[in-house]
Design a protein around this ligand. Structure first.
Ligand SMILES: [Zn+2]
Length: 228
């Protein structure tokens, strides 16, 4: 299987995955991946039902957004994905959702501190919240990249105020995992915040959990750095 065909399968699986995981409603959200070798991006088409989506329906564009394959026009969020791919050379996959718990924090402009060991593991510190950005030009992409750079630089997800969340990673699968984990920890944090006032883990503890998770956990784990 050639690399673009494989990438289409991965992007299709991620799009179906965010739908099945309940991270998207109707047509909201999208998943994409990039083939760095040929400089092509595969992304969900605009306004298409997730449960009817087939790999052949995906749109393929170059890094400037020129469509090179697919009969359907790409997601309207393509410019934000492209901006991240152009500015974060280690990012191989991106997921955008309005998943409820993560977006509740985003709506309030609240980052999610490392309250949980699961946040330390997957996110390596506070999950930042970028300020509101409108949908013109590169405003959303710029806001996300600035949030990554002003945080600890290794976070695989950023909340976007009044909007939702972007998760990313070195592969489409890693981005999908970050999107699922983001919603899971946001839900737990929301529940805890209704019960009391949780305290973030100290930085030294966050580092221990992050280090272990990215060196010895699992069978073959690679660090999911943002690359920005
Ligand atoms: Zn959105």
């Amino acid at each position: 299987m050639d690399s673009l065909k494989r990438l289409k399968q991965e992007v299709w699986r991620a799009n179906v995955g965010i739908y099945r995981a309940g991270l998207v409603t109707m047509h909201s959200g999208n998943a994409s991946g990039i083939d760095r070798r040929c400089g092509l991006v595969v992304i969900k088409p605009s306004g298409m039902d997730y449960d009817k989506l087939r790999p052949v329906d995906l749109a393929v564009t170059d890094l400037e957004g020129r469509q090179v394959e697919g009969r359907w026009k790409p997601s309207v969020d393509l410019p934000h994905h492209l901006y991240l791919y152009r500015h974060c050379p280690d990012v191989g996959g991106i997921i955008h959702t309005h998943s409820n718990y993560a977006t509740a924090f985003a709506l309030l402009g609240k980052p999610i501190p490392p309250y949980l060991t699961a946040i330390a593991d997957e996110f390596g510190g506070t999950i930042p919240c970028a300020p509101y950005a409108d949908n013109q030009g590169n405003h959303i992409g710029e806001a996300i990249v600035a949030a990554i750079k002003s945080s600890h630089g290794r976070v695989p997800a950023v909340l976007l105020a009044h909007h939702g969340a972007f998760a990313f990673g070195p592969t489409v699968e890693a981005a999908f995992k970050a999107a699922v984990m983001l919603e899971d920890v946001a839900k737990t944090c929301h529940l805890a915040l209704t019960l009391g006032k949780p305290k973030p883990l100290p930085t030294s503890e966050v580092e221990k959990w992050y280090e272990r998770y990215h060196t010895t956990y699992g069978q073959k784990q690679k660090p999911s750095r943002s690359g920005c």
